[in-house]
Write a protein that binds this ligand. Structure first.
Ligand code: ATP
Length: 429
């Protein structure tokens, strides 16, 4: 109904255990609804008959366990039905995790046994890691658990803007259009979209996040029993591989799901076989529906994510442009700052950049178009160990008048004067 012209409406019948794979067109949204039967999008059931609107460029699948009829209205880049999917193997993993959650809940003592599964999803880029994480979380939430989603992917994360690692409890199946609610995430700002900018800092932040979650879990039996699902980056070679091992150990993961790569599975299996307590390393097939995204697409997706933070998915937020005096803000950068000159060092010593040194920055035109994080730190010493309240975007630096103009989610004072900069930029379009 509505304003849509009926000529663009089409019905698709899904047999049991098949899925409709869709890439929404570049310019116009797509409307879709479930006419009859049951169907889900990445683990979240579709309500019957209600039209849902999907934004341009979104790539997703509508899967049916028992058969369904779907109605679509609008242009797509592609849409086709596939009857070969790895969904049975994915839901089997879910069933095993459910068993562990129930056992954790039933165990009365406060020791290891009351800890539910800590699942980490690993694999190359475009193997479907984020998608599998999402399904496992939504299926668990549907059964009434409150699993914690941890996203370590600073390039294409799904909790907050790029350049961050973050965690959030998932209390309801994830909305197929809106994604993860942004209300209560725990966010640490790395400031770059690839860890190679500062590997040491990345590790330190992963450790901070894991420590914080451990403390939160200690007082929350429900979260502890529900466990976590940890999404990782697609960088699996060399330092990327070391970072995976670091994440597995730091989060004390007890289930490692390896998507789409035999070699990675066998390497990780050998590596953690000596671990105590036991870590299960499970190999899973990659879905044929996962869409490859090139560097340009990824860059654009990052830019849309930042836009979404300030303006909302449907332009439904109104950020405020604020002006501050240089003297009101304190901007820091971690690592990579100016090093001690050779002349200031003892003879024979090499100037070494301390990757976790917090360096105070002067305000100048270099800040233009940077996205800065607003730290919860009360003191510069706490910058690395503190999570962040949110982000601002620098739109003008007036050297003469010593004023800085920035976009923030709302008007009024920033929650803190301590800002962190990295290399994360954005060009408002
Ligand atoms: P990366 O590590 O590079 O961030 P990833 O391994 O996490 O990628 P996903 O983000 O899960 O991969 O998937 C890549 C894209 O493919 C996403 O846009 C996702 O929505 C889409 N996709 C995943 N599975 C399907 C499917 N079965 N049908 C259609 N699209 C899918």
């Amino acid at each position: 109904g509505g304003s849509a012209s009926s000529s663009t409406i089409k019905q698709v019948k899904l047999d049991k255990e098949s899925e409709l794979r869709i890439e929404v067109g570049n310019d116009t949204p797509l409307r879709l609804r479930l006419l009859n039967g049951n169907a889900e999008i990445f683990g979240t059931e579709l309500p019957p008959e209600i039209w849902l609107t999907f934004p341009p460029r979104l790539k997703f699948a509508v899967f049916s366990w028992y058969g369904a009829t779907i109605e679509m209205d609008g242009a797509t880049e592609t849409d086709y039905v596939a009857d070969e999917t790895p969904m049975i193997s994915y839901v089997n993993v879910h069933a095993v995790l459910e068993g562990r959650r129930s056992r954790a809940k039933a165990s009365s003592d406060d020791s290891e046994s009351s800890q539910g599964p800590r699942v980490i999803v690993v694999g190359p880029t475009d193997s479907g890691k984020s998608t599998l994480s999402r399904m496992l979380l939504s299926w668990a939430a549907k059964q009434g658990w409150k699993p914690t989603f941890v996203d370590l992917d600073i390039g294409q994360g799904s909790i907050t803007i790029p350049g961050c690692i973050a965690a959030t409890p998932i209390e309801m199946p994830i909305d197929p259009v809106e994604g993860i609610p942004l209300e209560i995430p725990l966010v640490y700002f790395f400031g770059h979209t690839t860890p190679s900018n500062n590997v040491e800092l990345y590790k330190v932040l992963v450790k901070e996040l894991a420590g914080m979650l451990d403390r939160q879990f200690a007082g929350n039996a429900e979260s502890r029993a529900s466990g976590m699902v940890i999404n990782t980056m697609g960088w699996i070679e060399g330092v990327g591989y070391d970072l995976l091992l670091h994440a597995i150990r730091t989060f004390k993961a007890n289930v490692v799901l390896v998507l789409g790569q035999e070699k990675l599975w066998s390497m990780l299996k050998r590596e953690v076989s000596k671990s105590e307590p036991i870590v299960d390393v499970v190999k899973l097939q990659k879905s044929g529906g996962v869409v490859n995204r090139n560097a340009k697409y990824r860059q654009r997706a990052r830019s849309y994510r930042i836009r979404e933070y300030f303006y909302g998915l449907a332009n439904d937020l109104s950020p405020h442009s604020n002006i501050a005096n240089f003297s009101d803000l304190f901007i820091y950068r971690v690592g990579g700052g100016p090093q001690a000159p050779r002349s200031a060092l003892p003879i024979g010593a090499e100037p070494a950049a301390d990757p976790t040194r917090v360096v105070a920055m002067n305000i100048n035109r270099d800040l233009l178009h940077l996205v800065l994080a607003v730290s919860f730190a009360k003191d510069p010493d706490e910058i690395i160990s503190s999570n962040v309240a949110g982000f601002i975007y620098v739109t003008d630096v007036d050297i003469q008048r010593k004023k800085i103009t920035y976009l923030a989610p709302s008007a009024g004072e920033l929650p803190s004067k301590f800002l962190i900069m990295g290399s994360l930029t954005w060009l408002e379009t």
